[in-house]
Ligand binder design. Sequence first.
Ligand SMILES: Nc1ncnc2c1ncn2[C@@H]1O[C@H](COP(=O)(O)OP(=O)(O)O)[C@@H](O)[C@H]1O
Ligand SMILES: [Mg+2]
Length: 259
Amino acid sequence: MPSVEPTRKPAPPPAAPPVPAVAVRQVAVTLDRVTFERGGKRLLDDLTLSLTRGGITALMGPNGAGKSLTLRLLAGLITPTQGRIVWDGDSPIPARDVALVFQKPVLFRRTVRANLDHALSIYGVPRRLRSARVDELLEIGQLRGLADRPARVLSGGEQQRVAMVRALAARPRILLLDEPSASLDPPATAAIEGLVRGAAADGVKVVLVTHESGQARRLADDVVFLHRGRVVECGPSPAFFDRPQSAEARAYLAGLLLV
Ligand SMILES: Nc1ncnc2c1ncn2[C@@H]1O[C@H](COP(=O)(O)OP(=O)(O)O)[C@@H](O)[C@H]1O
Ligand SMILES: [Mg+2]
């Protein structure tokens, strides 16, 4: 308990606070009026979006909305036709700071350990430091017992765990996940969700494309809802699910908006 000293003159009221009363979370990356066209079609249309540093952002929307394209833009695999992507810090962001995991893991025809070691070598981690980091990654992915098995013979869930820790190998700043558990059973999904939470807890910004509202509710701090290449709605996760503002988001959450 703090002691009370009634005789002392009260401290003068503080001057205007140096920071806003509501903390403004820092921005990791901004898509500024981004348009992406292919074959004469405008697939992303004037997309403006700021992702805050840290935390998990779910990217939702019906098939063809532009979710995967948005991740590919963030990963630097494609470039905007118009507009720009502004990263906090270096812009463009160095390749090793961004990691992308697909729904179907793409692993080499080698052991799990060799897959992880290879990823580290690509990112320039010296050989003498790699084996300790590989052991760490095996531990994080609960893959120790599978380290010397060929990666391609593992179950879908195990392969996706390898893909996840491989993505984390170089300690990226941002982890982009494109429906990482879409074809997995509930226990395998839970394992992937554990890895996603762990990455976010370590300060990695996560952008998660998911069709599963339950997963987004469990994991996401905020939700960006896309439809036909546009951001229709974005906001904190509980509010998005409990009180969606747009007709499109309401229809999508009711299972009525398919494209
Ligand atoms: N390279 C491409 N060339 C032409 N059309 C594309 C290309 N990539 C994606 N598209 C189209 O862009 C739209 C958005 O695709 P995508 O981002 O994959 O959607 P989703 O939200 O389902 O992930 C879809 O209509 C898709 O057919
Ligand atoms: Mg997609």
